[in-house]
Structure formats: structure tokens, C-alpha cells
Design a protein around this ligand. Structure first.
Ligand code: SF4
Length: 229
């Protein structure tokens, strides 16, 4: 009995932590049954449930050594019905601590970009190629990318967005299987399994090179135009 109580306390603690993290990210509603009121009425929450089962898989994942050094996996968050998904490289220090994507200084800049587009973070979905932080924020290794990328493919399959915005070199290289520099790729829509992909600079790059914000804004305007079609 004592063992069961301990497990229950652990589950409740995890649930509280998860709900707190989601509410910090602007998610205000939590559903405990398989239907959800979602703008135009009640519809099955199959997509969200699938995202949740993927989230659970990631939470227990040991497919690459990064699970040993992560504080928290960073699965992704936002709307499970998002028309626009942002994909970055990997969690950094702040993301690792909070278990949420893009919450550091680069994340604040991404939030400003999203708001300048007339959207909120809860309208889009934000995730990374890698779900666990590489130590000292080093670049992801090819073996880590190979181990983790299937989670991203499945997230995109469930969400089925109209547009994906790739943030930075790694996201573009992995999603588009391209070796070209981001300066050559950005600004034009490319294709990933029938989804339009707009490569652009990572917000962390913009913090170091504010002059490139103008180019990113041009890319965002193309995305806004596409979403209005
Ligand atoms: S980075 Fe991806 S593949 Fe590696 S342990 Fe984390 S979730 Fe698993």
C-alpha cells in the first residue's frame, strides 16, 4: 500500500509539473476525455492523444546517449491543430530546465516574431529536431539526429500543418535533406512530404546579427501570405 501511495504521489507531482509548464506556455485548458471543444465545435481528440502518446515515448526514450544528461525532454508545445509549425535545432539550457521549447532569449524573440505575424504561441506548434539537450549546447551529432528524427516526422504527421518554418541550418538540413547554407536556402518555399517549408535564420542567430531580422520578416510575410490563401 505504501508503495502504491508513493507511486500515486509521484504521478500527481509529474502531472502538476506538466500542467504548470503548459500553463506557463499559455495553454489554459486540459482535457481528460477524448473530445474537445475546438473553435467550430466538438471533435475527437485523436490527434492530441497521439501527440500525448508520442510525448510519453519521448519521456522514456533512451535511443541515444542524450537521455543521460538531459534534465527534461523537450517534446514541443502549442496547438495540435496548428497550421504553422516552427522547428528549431535542439533544447538549450533554459529549455532543458523547463521542459519547454524556445523559452530563453531566443524563445522570447521567436514569440515576438509570432506576435508580429498576428498570432500567439498557442496558435502555432513549436518543437525541435532533437528532444534532449546536447551537453554545453554543442551541435547535434548525426547519430543523435538519426535516432530522434522519427519523433519529428510523427509529430508533423499528427499535426499535419500547411507550413513548417525551419529555424536555422540544422533544422533545414534535416528536414530538407539539404547541405546548402541557410543563406542560400532561406526565403523560398521548399517541400517536405507535401508540406510547404520555409527555411529562415534561427532566432539565436538574430540575437547576434540583428541586421538579419529584416530578412526573417520577409520570410514571415511569405508565410502569412501562404496561410491567407
Ligand atoms: S535526443 Fe531524441 S533519441 Fe536521443 S534520447 Fe532524447 S528523445 Fe531519445
Amino acid at each position: 500500500m505504501e508503495e502504491i501511495n508513493k507511486e500515486l504521489r509521484e504521478i500527481i507531482r509529474s502531472l502538476k509539473g506538466y500542467m504548470k509548464a503548459e500553463s506557463l506556455a499559455g495553454i489554459e485548458e486540459f482535457y481528460l476525455n477524448p473530445t474537445v471543444v475546438h473553435g467550430d465545435g466538438v471533435r475527437p481528440l485523436a490527434e492530441s492523444l497521439s501527440l500525448e502518446s508520442l510525448r510519453n515515448e519521448v519521456a522514456n526514450c533512451k535511443l541515444c546517449p542524450l537521455y543521460k544528461t538531459r534534465k527534461n525532454p523537450v517534446f514541443g508545445n502549442g496547438s495540435p491543430k496548428a497550421r504553422l509549425v516552427f522547428v528549431g535545432e535542439a533544447p538549450g539550457r533554459d529549455e532543458d530546465i523547463q521542459g519547454l521549447p524556445f523559452v530563453g532569449r531566443a524563445g522570447e524573440l521567436l514569440t515576438k516574431i509570432i506576435e508580429a505575424m498576428g498570432l500567439a504561441r498557442r496558435d502555432v506548434y513549436i518543437c525541435n529536431i532533437l528532444k534532449c539537450r546536447p551537453p554545453e549546447n554543442r551541435n547535434p551529432l548525426p547519430t543523435e539526429i538519426a535516432a530522434c528524427q522519427e519523433y519529428l516526422w510523427q509529430q508533423l504527421e499528427v499535426i499535419n500543418p500547411e507550413v513548417v518554418c525551419c529555424l536555422g541550418k540544422f533544422a533545414c538540413q534535416v528536414l530538407l535533406n539539404q547541405d546548402l547554407a541557410i543563406t542560400k536556402l532561406r526565403g523560398k518555399f521548399l517541400d517536405f512530404r507535401g508540406i510547404k517549408v520555409m527555411p529562415t535564420f534561427h532566432p539565436a542567430y538574430l540575437l547576434r546579427n540583428p541586421g538579419a531580422k529584416r530578412l526573417v520578416w520577409q520570410d514571415m510575410q511569405k508565410i502569412m501570405k501562404e496561410l491567407k490563401k
